[in-house]
Design a binder for this molecule. Structure first.
Ligand code: URA
Length: 235
C-alpha cells in the first residue's frame, strides 16, 4: 500500500489537497436519522426484473433520445455486479464516451480515491453507473427529457444489483432518485431511502467529484458524507 506521505504528495500534485484518511467520526458528521420526505423515485415504464446483461444489451441498442446520434458508445457500468455499494453519477464525459466505462476521467480518479478512503473500490465491493448512459455533447448537463428516457434503465440496474446502500453523487443522481429539486447541500447528512419495488434502499448523498475538483474547500463535507456511507456497513 502507498505510504501516507506519498499519497499526500500525489493528492497535492493533483490539486485536491490533503490525503483522505479514515478517522473517527467528528461532530460535523450527522448520521442515524432517516429523511422522511422526497423519497418517491419514478418507476414508470419499468418492465419486470431484467438481468444486468440483458439491460446492458438494451442500453447498447437504445435510440430513445437524441444522445444516441452523437455518442461514440453507451456507458453502462463498471465494477462488481451485486456489490454492496452502488455509486450513481450523472452521465459520461468525453473520456467515458471514448472508453465505454463510467468515471475514468479526472473526476473518476477522485471518486476512486474517495472510495479507497473508506475501503471501497470498483474492483472489490462497488458497482458504478450513471443516470444517463450517453455522453451529452459539449459536456452539457443532461436534459430532463433525456433523464426521463434513460432513468428506467438505472432503476432496473438498481433492482438487478440489490445494493445494500447507494451513494448518489451530484444533483442529477440525487434529484432523479430522490425525486426532489432540493440542492445537494440541503440533502446531505442523513440517510435517505430510495423506494423501489416495495424495497427501501438506503442512499447517502454527496457532491459530485467534478464539483469537488473545482471547490476543494468542500472536501470536509464530502468526508463526512463518506463516513456516513461507511457506517451503513458496506465493508
Ligand atoms: N461524471 C459522471 O457523473 N459520470 C461519469 O461517468 C463521468 C463523469
Amino acid at each position: 500500500m502507498t505510504s501516507t506521505r506519498s499519497k499526500a504528495d500525489l493528492f497535492n500534485a493533483m490539486g485536491i489537497g490533503p490525503v483522505w484518511e479514515l478517522r473517527e467520526q467528528d461532530s460535523l458528521s450527522k448520521s442515524g436519522s432517516v429523511a422522511t420526505e422526497d423519497r418517491e423515485a419514478s418507476e414508470a415504464n419499468l418492465p419486470d426484473a431484467l438481468s444486468l446483461e440483458s439491460l446492458r444489451e438494451m442500453v447498447a441498442a437504445c435510440r430513445k433520445c437524441g444522445l444516441c446520434e452523437t455518442r461514440k458508445q453507451t456507458v453502462f457500468a463498471d465494477g462488481i455486479p451485486h456489490a454492496p455499494l452502488m455509486v450513481v453519477g450523472e452521465g459520461p464525459g468525453v473520456e467515458e464516451d471514448a472508453s465505454g466505462l463510467p468515471f475514468v476521467g479526472k473526476s473518476g480518479q477522485l471518486l476512486d480515491r474517495m472510495l479507497k478512503a473508506i475501503g471501497a473500490s470498483r474492483t472489490s465491493n462497488t458497482y458504478i453507473a450513471n443516470v444517463v448512459k450517453c455522453h451529452p455533447p459539449g459536456n452539457r448537463n443532461p436534459e430532463q427529457a433525456e433523464i426521463e428516457q434513460c432513468s428506467p434503465y438505472l432503476l432496473q440496474q438498481i433492482k438487478a444489483n440489490q445494493p445494500k446502500v447507494l451513494l448518489l453523487v451530484g444533483r442529477f443522481a440525487i434529484q432523479t432518485l430522490l425525486n426532489t429539486k432540493k440542492p445537494v447541500g440541503e440533502l446531505r447528512g442523513v440517510v435517505h431511502q430510495v423506494p423501489l419495488d416495495g424495497l427501501d434502499i438506503p442512499a447517502v448523498v454527496t457532491y459530485h467529484p467534478a464539483y469537488l475538483l473545482r471547490r476543494p474547500e468542500e472536501k470536509s463535507k464530502v468526508w463526512d458524507d463518506l463516513l456516513l456511507l461507511k457506517q451503513q456497513g458496506i465493508v
